[in-house]
Design a protein around this ligand. Sequence first.
Ligand code: FE
Length: 131
Amino acid sequence: MTEFKDVIQKADWKKEKHVPVIDCPDEVPAGQNFDVQVCVGKEVAHPNTTEHHIRWISLYFKPEGAKFPFQVGRFDFTAHGESAEGPNQGPVYTHPCAVTSLKIDKPGVLLAASYCNIHGLWESSRGIKIK
Ligand code: FE
């Protein structure tokens, strides 16, 4: 049986352009909003052309000791600067990056999953502590 873990890819985001990168504080005060940014192609830009692009990023929080993750963000990238002149002839391209705001009262792990329409599923995670 093929499982999601067999098809979802992981890599060093500094070398691999498909990895979703989670940027947030390492430690936050309990119950206070903080920003989380998730981007694909932070170090090595993803081409993000009209035919080849990141379709979505999903963000989850799994509190320490919890069985299930909580979905805390879903970002669908449904526009890529398509032009009447033809594929990739427009004056604008998009960069798959989103910012949201969260508050937590337990430490845990943020997990991001992303999907490239050609190169499939990718994941990353980042721990977050309470001050
Ligand atoms: Fe790709």
